[in-house]
Design a protein around this ligand. Structure first.
Ligand SMILES: O=C(CO)COP(=O)(O)O
Length: 279
């Protein structure tokens, strides 16, 4: 990383720390940014469970509700919500970076679009860990998703070890710059998911998350000062019906990406209701 970027990042860190003090005054949620509540079911649920969940799930009342089931359930899920005329969007958990070809087991963005997906999660820490996805891959996948009309939900976040070594801002900066290379920031959604908070029951505090979201927005400003304010930045990592309100009250937290608590329709619906109040 060259010296001018390093100096700029240092300045951003300082500004984000200063801003965090004023952000803690429970300001109203995002200035006109879309509010999202996204369910990442990971490798859970079968067809019957999916349809039962979607039957009970109500619309978002101004919140963008996106359900991301495993790949074989995307099409039945989409057909079901369409048939019910519900404003619930269906998103994929992954996409391949190439248009088509000899990539056994992969799914093309064009096919996801054809079956009615609106969004695609990209660079989730589980894919970074288990499928060795790096920032360059995330960048290629995000470009491919956009090319085919899917909105990328780009996941970033530090591990516990990186947090303990005070590397959070550095790690996030590298992930953001890598993911956004040659891209328009106004076309993506970001999700800050600290790896240590995923599936552990130990979420970041809302204040901590707000400080990091402020920092992420400053890096986006460095890339595109005009559009950074428009980008929705979601928090993910042990979000549940009890802590959602605290996250929703933070200025730079524009929604949540929910794993475990999105598997039960009641708890997921309660999280949506929290964000709908502010939308
Ligand atoms: O990984 C997540 C969402 O993408 C978060 O998972 P949990 O909500 O289960 O911690």
């Amino acid at each position: 990383m060259d010296q001018s970027i390093k100096a700029y990042i240092k300045q951003l860190v300082q500004e984000a720390i200063e801003q965090s003090a004023s952000s803690l005054n429970n300001l109203p949620p995002g200035t006109g940014r879309k509010q999202y509540v996204i369910a990442n079911w990971k490798m859970n649920k079968n067809i019957q469970e999916t349809l039962e969940f979607l039957q009970q799930l109500k619309e978002g009342n101004g919140v963008e509700v996106v359900v991301c089931p495993p790949a074989p359930l995307l099409y039945p899920a989409k057909l079901y919500v369409q048939g019910q005329k519900k404003e619930i969007q269906i998103g994929a958990q992954n996409v391949h970076q190439e248009d088509k070809g000899a990539y056994t087991g992969e799914t093309a963005a064009s096919l996801l679009k054809e079956i009615g997906c609106s969004h695609c999660i990209i660079g989730h820490s589980e894919r970074r860990q288990y499928a060795q996805e790096d920032d360059a891959t995330v960048n290629q996948k995000a470009k491919q998703a956009l090319k085919r009309g899917l909105t990328p939900v780009i996941c970033i976040g530090e591990t516990l070890e990186q947090k303990q070594q005070d590397q959070t801002e550095k790690v996030l900066t590298k992930q953001i710059l890598g993911a956004m290379d040659g891209m328009d920031v106004s076309q993506v959604v970001f999700a800050y998911e600290p790896v240590w908070a995923i599936g552990t029951g130990e979420s970041a505090t809302a204040a901590e998350a707000q400080r990091i979201h402020g920092y992420i927005r400053s890096v986006l400003e460095y890339l595109d000062v005009q559009n950074a304010e428009k980008v929705s930045i979601l928090y993910g990592g042990s979000v549940n019906e009890n802590n959602a309100q605290e996250f929703a009250s933070m200025t730079d937290i524009d929604g949540v990406l929910v794993g475990g608590a999105s598997l039960q329709v009641d708890s997921f619906q309660k999280i949506i209701a929290v964000f709908a109040k502010g939308a």
